[in-house]
Design a protein around this ligand. Structure first.
Ligand SMILES: *[C@@H]1O[C@H](CO)[C@@H](O)[C@H](O)[C@H]1NC(C)=O
Length: 804
């Protein structure tokens, strides 16, 4: 054993596939029968891999169906013998004998082909199946007659195989080992000196078979020749070689061919019997002893053996024999379907992998030959995967386009492999691949924008509206939260108006709204998913406040005061339809709630005046006559059209007179004004009391002075002083008139026909909405660009006011 050269050849070639995983091959050569644990080769070093990579990649040896003789030691990065390898058991006669297997790494997937060639060791001596062979040879056998001997078998290969034979003694027979086609050595012994039964009736020979190994091993067999009496002719085969072909699936009993030999002798010496001499093949083939028909007795397998050589011995009973050779060719039948071995496969893959990512690696085996062993693999249709052949018998399934979990969350990949035999055989496997989610979809609102309505004077906390967004992703990536985006409405953060529930998207009012303060506004709601990083989208919601009839009409003209009396003047010459005045009112509500109508509620003379329902104009119905009272008092109700409606009343004083003094005289004793009358009475009583008091005081003073003077005159009778009555100068005029002095002012305000006026009104009957303009305090301005009533020549109104 020590002399055996242990050559280790390393052939290394690495190349990189376009698919992105390395594929390499390494070859080793070792002798058979190495002890368990012996080193085969340092594969990590030979492939240029780090030992850590072997561990992280879960390196393993993949041998398919066959037994594992060699194992991988990941710690040292070496291949070791796991099992004793017997070359003869592994390969039989096939040379060279090699183990093929793969080393697979994951993350990323790589695989390397390893070939370990097993060298032969001379561990088998040549052996004969029998220890003794018997021949009966007639003494008349001719010199040159040939006798087929059994071949020795040496299971070793090459130089260790069968090498030579020797036959001893060599007195009568010599050894002939002709080389025939196929390199088979059929040993024959040739009679080179006639036998003489009378001299020697039994010859014992020793056949030694030797191999070429070192040391040389040998096997022996005894050949016992019984010398018979004369038989002159040996059988002769009709052909030097018989050929037969048989399909591997031929049933037992099939006749392959018929061997025939003839013998010129007569009787038993010419009676030929056929036997198969190569015993190793008797289990498969059978020969009919009588007619030489060769039939199939066992089963054939093209994949195991394609070719048989049968040695048929045709012998007559006189002891002569001839060797006929039969060559049987086995024909291949497509009897093996491809076998699919999944080497590595992932059952979950992220939806964002690039096209070309390897999903599965497979090894396909079909032991049939030619077309029957050529395999083609396909995938089921309409899936984003393709199958490619990476090297002989290796296929990988890769993604060939982008995946989208939202479209398909799992795929059943059916791999079908067919061979090209006729008929074709196929097998298939189905892999289920789950696609895992990536946050690649933003939430989408059900509508591109929303509009919501809320009636003013709502209770705070009222839920107004719900926005909803959906997200096509899965689980956390699809969990939508709603967020109110910061913005401001009239300078106030929108969050002080509304709040959005993060989970449900319900929008709540935070405060009570007032239509007269704010009519509508926009807010922006963001929907955000729970992915990392999160995705979001926005939507605009328009909130419109709806009006309620919460404001009563306000009368702007005539102005109602408590301290003065205002009257409109109507000349006695006025015709029917004379415009007396116009009641102007506004309502800060809108629409129907601000649509005002005017009605006459009370009037001194209902037959004289009417009020325009729409425009509030007070006109005379008929011609004014002299009989009509100067003072006319009207009460007008202004009502809006809301539900329920609200109203206001206004009193209008009208004076029917031609001149101002007439009005004045009439209106001075506005004595039915109770307060005025009471005051007058009070002043009159007070004045009377003061006057009475002063008068009595004067009388008393005068009386006192008279009495005093009378006494004085009685004392000083001649005194001539004048007597002057005393009047306090302040009261002299007051006593003269007897009435209170009146002080009055006169003012005319032309409110509707003056362009300088800051009070402008639209037609009372129009539907215009009037709003308060802060720049014009206490005045009203019309918004619409409508022709102003003030420009119409037929409608000036003169309003006269009297202030007392
Ligand atoms: C894959 O196959 C399984 C089992 O047959 C089945 O339940 C599933 O629906 C299939 N999936 C697809 C996407 O066809």
């Amino acid at each position: 054993m020590s002399g055996r050269t242990m050559r280790r050849q390393v052939l290394l070639c690495i190349w990189v596939f376009s698919l992105g995983w390395a594929h390499g091959q390494v070859s080793y050569s070792i002798p058979e029968e190495m002890a368990t644990g012996s080193l085969v080769g340092n594969i990590a070093q030979d492939l240029g891999l780090d030992v850590k990579r072997l561990k992280s990649g879960k390196a393993r040896v993949y041998t398919g169906d066959s037994a594992e003789h060699i194992e991988l030691n990941k710690e040292r990065g070496v291949l070791l013998i796991k099992d004793r390898i017997d070359r003869e058991a592994l390969c039989g006669e096939t040379t060279p004998c090699a183990l093929h297997f793969q080393m697979i790494l994951e993350h990323p997937m790589e695989f390397y082909t390893v070939v370990v060639e097993i060298g032969d060791v001379n561990d088998n001596p040549p052996t004969f199946e029998r220890s003794e062979m018997r021949y009966e040879i007639s003494e008349s056998a001719l010199v040159g007659a040939r006798f087929v001997l059994e071949n020795a078998i040496d299971e070793d290969a090459g130089v260790n195989g069968l090498h030579s034979y020797t036959l001893k003694p060599t007195d009568n027979f010599s050894l002939k080992t002709p080389v025939r086609g196929g390199g088979n050595k059929n040993v024959e012994m040739v009679l080179h000196k006639s036998l003489d039964r009378e001299k020697e009736d039994r010859v014992v020979l020793t056949l030694v078979a030797m191999d070429g190994g070192e040391p040389q091993l040998s096997g022996t067999m005894q050949i016992v020749v019984t010398v018979l009496d004369a038989n002159d002719n040996a059988p002769v085969c009709s052909q030097p070689e018989y050929r037969a072909t048989v399909p591997e699936d031929a049933p037992i009993g099939t006749v392959l061919t018929r061997v025939s030999a003839t013998d010129a002798d007569e009787g038993v010496n010419g009676n030929i019997m056929y036997t198969i001499t190569k015993l190793g093949q008797t289990g498969v083939f059978n020969i009919n002893r009588e007619d030489g028909a060769i039939t199939l007795q066992g089963s054939l397998d093209y994949e195991k053996r394609k070719h048989y050589e049968i040695n048929v011995q045709a012998s007559d009973q006189g002891g002569l024999s001839e060797a006929c050779k039969v060559i049987v060719e086995v024909l291949d039948v497509n009897d093996n379907k491809p076998s699919i071995n999944i080497m590595s496969s992932s059952n979950r893959i992220s939806e964002d992998v690039k096209p070309g990512t390897v999903v599965t690696m497979m090894n396909i085996q079909d032991p049939d030959s030619n077309e029957s062993g050529r395999v083609l693999c396909i995938l089921n249709e309409h899936i984003p995967f393709s199958i490619t052949k990476t090297s002989n018998n290796f296929f990988s399934v890769v993604t060939d386009s982008d995946l989208d979990r939202e479209r398909a969350s799992e795929y059943n990949i059916s791999i079908t492999c067919c061979d090209e035999g006729v008929p074709s055989l196929s097998s298939s496997v189905t892999l289920t691949l789950h696609i895992s989610d990536v946050n690649d979809n933003a939430p989408v609102f059900e509508r591109s924008s929303y509009e919501a309505y809320i009636v003013e004077n709502n209770t705070p906390g009222l839920s107004i509206f719900t926005v909803k967004a959906t997200d096509a992703d899965w689980n956390q990536n699809a969990r939508v939260s709603y967020i109110l985006e910061d913005s401001s409405v009239n300078g106030v953060p929108v969050s002080s108006y509304l709040s959005v529930s993060a989970d449900s998207g319900v929008i709540h009012a935070v405060r009570s709204f007032d239509y007269e303060h704010i009519k509508d506004f926009h807010l922006c709601v963001k929907a955000q998913d729970g992915g990392s990083p999160p995705l979001s989208s926005n939507v605009t919601v328009k909130i419109t406040i709806q009006d309620q009839n919460d404001n009563a009409p306000q009368v702007l003209y005539p102005v109602q005061t408590s301290s003065s009396v205002v009257a409109e003047m109507v000349p006695r010459s006025a015709d029917a339809g004379y415009l007396v005045t116009k009641v102007v009112a506004v309502d800060v509500d809108s629409g129907q709630n601000a649509w005002l109508s005017y009605k006459l509620q009370k009037a001194t003379d209902r037959a004289l005046f009417e009020v325009g329902l729409q425009n509030g104009e007070i006109r005379t119905i008929r011609q004014v006559t002299d009989k009509d009272a100067v003072k006319q008092r009207l009460t007008v109700v202004v009502e809006d059209n809301g539900q329920p409606s609200r109203s206001a009343t206004v009193n209008v004083n009208v004076a029917v007179a031609d001149s101002f003094p007439e009005v004045l005289s009439e209106f001075t004793d506005f004595t039915h004004d109770k307060e005025y009358n009471d005051n007058l009475t009070f002043y009159l009583v007070l004045a009377l009391a003061v006057v009475s008091f002063l008068f009595i005081t004067c009388l008393v003073v005068i009386m006192s002075v008279k009495i005093y003077r009378w006494r004085q005159s009685r004392i000083l009778y001649h005194s001539s002083l004048p007597v002057i009555p005393y009047y306090p100068p302040r009261y002299s005029d007051t006593l003269g008139t007897g009435t209170l002095q009146h002080v009055y002012n006169y003012e005319v305000c032309r409110t509707t026909d003056s362009r300088k006026s800051d009070c402008k009104f639209g037609r009372a009957g129009s539907q215009n909405v009037l709003i308060m303009d802060p720049s014009c305090t206490g005045t009203m301005q019309r918004i619409q660009n409508e022709k102003n009533i003030l420009d119409e020549p037929d409608s000036p109104v003169e309003v006269r006011a009297l202030l007392f």
